[in-house]
Each structure stands twice: as structure tokens, then as C-alpha cells.
Design a protein around this ligand. Sequence first.
Ligand SMILES: [Zn+2]
Ligand SMILES: [Zn+2]
Length: 427
Amino acid sequence: MLCYLNAFVSILLMTFRALPLCVLFPFLFLATYPSAADEKVRWFKGNTHTHSLWSDGNDFPEMIAKFYKDNNYHFLVLSDHNILSRGEKWMNVGAIEKRRRALGVPTLKKYISTFGKDWVELRGEDKKQEVRLRTLEEIRPKFEGGGDFIFIEGEEITNNFRGSPVHTNGMNLKELIVPKKGTSLRDTMRNNIIAVKEQSTRLKKPMLSHLNHPNFGWSIKAEDIAHVLEEKFFEVYNGHPSINHLGDANRPGDEKIWDIANTIRLATLKSDPLYGISSDDSHYYHGGDVKPGRGWVMVQSSSLDEDAIVRSMDSGNFYGSSGVHFKNLFRNQKKGTLEFEIEADNDAEYVTKIIGTRKGNENNPDLVGETLATIKGNMVKYKLKDNEWYFRATVTSSKDHPRPSFNGQKEQAWTQPIWDPSAVNKN
Ligand SMILES: [Zn+2]
Ligand SMILES: [Zn+2]
């Protein structure tokens, strides 16, 4: 009898553990976040691309998470190169200080003064002194639980094809993905997305992969992104200053890459266009060039949990931002309409460019991703015309970006595209 009782209790516990807290104790969450059932949604701010001491970043994950939480982000993906923040990892304190490049307060000193001596685990003396990096599971309780911030586990699957970088972020991963090689650049891109999909299917958990900084090392062309049909997301903005965001005289910048790829997808490949992500790719947290707080996504979701955020992004319910936000955003793919109100920011003025490609112009490089309309002010409305493959909106503020990654950078926002559904072959 006792045995049956034990079994019953453990099944009950397992069931309860598998359920999110908001299902078990809805009354605790109703005040802050509406449940999925009433279909009320909120906007959540997050960064999907961040580096820490677990790879080549120069601060402890807790210090980094504190920056993001203090700056009103709701979620953060610590996406280190080919590693998850798991297992035992010790680092030489001298090597950590070297990464700071003599900027700011010593890293260890700042870490101890922020989290206390008891939290910081040290061993060895002098030049051999080492500090243990806390795992994601260890640091979660310090930040999560208040209902206003979560981590989503991730990795920058860092790969190359014959020296050309192919970096793909895996989001909501539960297992490390060892970079998958390929027989060509496109095959390499594809194999890593397939690896994320495989894990997602096997573990029955929504996961997402996004192609990072295509112009880094001038590695990945718009044509490559277009033809790798498994690719659904790419970074239209990445805050790392060395990723050639604007392109150069002969090579397109990230926005143009998006338009070229989307035009090929719709006009030639009869496939869905790509969604654009904005991210930090932050590495330096003591000053210097590769800092946090430059680009992020705003995700519309009914709740702040990892699966819900990933599902919303997968449905295109998000936009990229480097400072411009929307008060309301209605993007209706079925009706072909986009309507938004830009959130006012003191006396900032806004110009929205509706960008797209008209049918018949797909082979004219000057008219691929042309400006279809320019709208000034805070209210924007546009409907897809019969002769347009797609359109999207880029909003630019008159306000300078407070942490620019390139000269003269203004705050911006990028909506997802609206496209002609009949252009897509669903078979
Ligand atoms: Zn990268
Ligand atoms: Zn990166």
C-alpha cells in the first residue's frame, strides 16, 4: 500500500514539476502577466546574442545579466561560442583581468563587490589564482522568479566553411550542439539549422536558430541565405562594430541583404521570406567597442517563459529595435496590412521607410528593396499592393543612438515583412 502511495505521490510531483508555475498557481501570475487563455499579450524586450567569460566575453555571466535586467530587458540568451554555461569551469584571474584591457574597475573586484565574497569561489594564490564560473542553473535564482526576467539557454554555434565564418545562434537549447561541417558554405549553414531542428523535435521543445552577422568576414551572401530554405531568421542588425553592418561600396549592408534574399525567396524560389533579428553580440562590459545595449528584439507574447517567447518569434510576432519602440503594432499577413504607432520620445522625430520589391523588378538590382513610401510622424499604415512581392518598414529616429556601433547611428526599428501569400508554393 505504502508502495502505491509512494508511486502516486511521485507521479503527482513529476506532473507538477512538468507544469509551469503559472499553470499551478495562476493567482500568483494573473496580476503581472495575463494567461494565454484570455489572449492578452504584452511586449517583452530581449537580447538573443551575448558573450561572457564562458567563451570570449570579458565579464561574469551574473554581471552581464545584471546589466540587462537593470536596463529593463525581460529575457537574455547567453550565447557563448560552442559552449553552454554548464559543468565545472575555472579561469585564471590574471587572464580575466587581461581581457578587461585596463578599462574600468578590476573585473574580480567588481564581481565581489556586486555579489559578495561568499558567492565567489576562488582557489590558488597569486598568479595561479583561479575563479569558478557559475553555471546558468546556479545563477538563475538570482534573477528569475520575480516574473520580470528570464534566461533562455543558448549557444552561438560557431563554424566555418574553408575559413568563411558561419555563426548560428541556437535558442532554447537543452543540449550542446557541436558545429556541423558541410560540403559547401550553404550546406554548412543548413546542417547547423537542421541540428537545432533535430534537437527541438527529439526533445519536443520549441527552439529557434538565427544566422548571425552575414557580412562578418564578408562570408555569407544574400543569395546564400535565400537558397538555404531552412533559414528563417537572420540578424538585420548586430551591435558588433566589426561585422560590416553597412556593407561597403561594392557589397550590400545587412538591410539590403534582407531585401535581396526576400526577393529571391518570393520571386524565384516561391518560399517564405526571412524574419529580421536585432541583437547586441556584446563581448566587452568594462568599456570599449563591443558593448551591450545596442540592439534587441521586442516580442509579443502572452507570457514570459522560454517556450512562449520562442513560439512568438517563430510566428513573426516580434520586431527588431535599436531604440525605437511601438506603442501599437498590428501586422496582419492575411490582410496584407501593417499599422503602428511609434512611442513618442521627447522631441524625437520619426521617418518610416516602407521598403519592398515590385513584381517585375526582381532582376533589377537598383529596384530590389526600393523605398515604396516614406511616412513622417508617429502613425504609420500601409497595405500590400497587388504588384508588390512584399514590404517591410524601417523606422529611423532623429535621435542619436546612445551606444553607437557605427558613426552617425540613429535609433531605429525594423518590422517583419508582409508578403503576397500566393507567391509562396506551400507544396
Ligand atoms: Zn559570431
Ligand atoms: Zn557572437
